[in-house]
Write a protein that binds this ligand. Structure first.
Ligand code: HEM
Length: 384
């Protein structure tokens, strides 16, 4: 059975896909965000609350299923439905973040205790189901006519077909499954979680919400029918809002653990070789020694600031840093920016059930990624 791997060959294949298929990802994303606008417009007709937590998870799952598998759930049925895929991904992320003894007692003792208390039972079960899912998808792509769309699976199978016997780097079926595992586990909830927190902070901070909407509507002009990727990057205030959301709500509070290759001394502390290092970007983002009023949502703090999230400023690391930083940062940022721009241009947003500003429950939950514990329900009013 496939275990999660972190092989740099997987990473190279993903980067190759990113460079060559940005255009097709753009069409998919515009299409899927268009479906969300349509669905929210229907709710606006009856002034019904929309579960934005669910909406954003389904949106990012749809984008990933189309980009990775070529599967469009709006057009055709599949052997597994989209909700089941979302359920498997959520369970896998939870199981990966659950307590194991070997995290604290590396070596034989930890492994023995995990075996004794069956700590890996849950993870093995869900990874087994995901493995069967990937196997089925690969099988479909190997059939004649199975590779008509330029999706990630087709691209990797083409790479396998093209490789020669002399090539030093060879992709195999386990690499294909490992990349799918990476894309599904890292690509769905990270963008969704960021959008949920951004909308929650905006509705909790009406001044920022109003300024954002005015900025977007003035910049893009009135009565537009569609907001597309040509509009990305045009609204400076939205960029500040996204940065501020990354600071207060990094999707992954701890980036992927690192291991020291040799003895190092940091601020007077001796760290021996082969020590696992956990980097808590959530705490760094709220550190009062680095940020003024760290708990307040103030996008203006980034006006005229050179601090950004591309891994060079260690005060703000929502995508990590260095060789293992997120390889899909442009895709993640575009998902968030395009969706927020559409939702803030076309709709005004209110709290449901007579709830007042400041009463929204902002409690966090989760282990690997931090989600909003209570789903975000908001009432839309269509503006254009
Ligand atoms: C706003 C959206 C996103 C955020 C905040 C985010 C954040 C992160 C972070 C913090 C890491 C760990 C980096 C490190 O330890 O230095 C990571 C890794 C990764 N992300 Fe993203 N990500 C996002 C979107 C995506 C998307 C859309 C995909 C795929 C389509 C993706 C694929 C990956 C992969 C494959 C890795 C593992 C890289 C490795 O192990 O070398 N991410 N991401």
């Amino acid at each position: 059975m496939l275990q999660p791997t972190k092989d740099c060959r997987d990473r190279k294949a993903l980067l190759r896909f990113q460079r060559h298929n940005l255009l097709s990802i753009r069409c998919i994303r515009e299409d899927e965000v268009g479906f969300v606008v349509k669905k929210v417009s229907e709710a606006a007709l009856t002034q019904s609350p929309v579960d934005l937590s669910k909406t954003f998870f389904s949106l990012t799952a749809s984008i990933i299923c189309r980009v990775a598998l070529g599967q469009n759930f709006h057009e055709s049925a599949f052997f597994i439905d989209q909700e089941k895929i979302e359920e498997l991904v959520t369970e896998a992320v939870d199981a990966l973040g659950a307590f194991t003894f070997s995290d604290f007692f590396p070596g034989v003792l930890g492994r023995f205790l995990d075996l004794l208390f069956q700590r890996h039972k849950r993870i093995n079960k869900v990874f087994g189901e995901l493995d069967a899912f990937y196997q089925h998808v690969i099988g479909d792509h190997l059939k004649p006519e199975g590779r008509k769309d330029p999706d990630i699976v087709s691209m990797m199978l083409d790479m396998i077909d093209e490789q020669g016997s002399e090539d030093s780097f060879k992709l195999n079926m386990n690499n294909v499954k490992a990349i799918l595992m990476d894309v599904f586990l890292a690509g769905i909830d990270t963008s969704a979680v960021t959008m949920i927190w951004a909308m929650a902070e905006l509705v909790n901070n009406p001044r920022v919400m109003k300024k954002a909407q005015e900025n977007i509507r003035t910049t893009l002009g009135v009565n537009r029918e569609r907001i597309t990727e040509d509009d990305l990057g045009k609204v400076d205030y939205l960029k500040l809002i996204i940065k501020e959301t990354f600071r207060l709500h990094p999707a992954l509070p701890f980036i992927i653990p690192r291991e020291t290759m040799s003895h190092v001394k940091i601020q007077g502390y001796d760290i021996p070789a082969k020590t696992q290092i956990q980097i808590n970007v959530w705490t760094i983002g709220r550190d009062p020694e680095r940020w003024t009023d760290p708990d307040d949502f103030k996008p203006e703090r980034f006006t005229d600031s050179s601090v950004d999230f591309r891994g060079q400023h260690f005060d703000l690391l929502p995508f990590g840093s260095g060789r293992r930083m997120c390889p899909a940062m442009p895709m993640g940022v575009a998902n968030v920016e395009l969706t927020l721009m559409n939702l803030l241009y076309f709709f005004d947003w209110g709290l449901p059930d007579g709830m007042k500003v400041g009463e929204l429950d902002m409690e966090e939950a989760g282990n690997i990624s931090i989600v909003k514990k209570v789903p975000l329900q908001l009432v839309p009013v269509r503006r254009y």
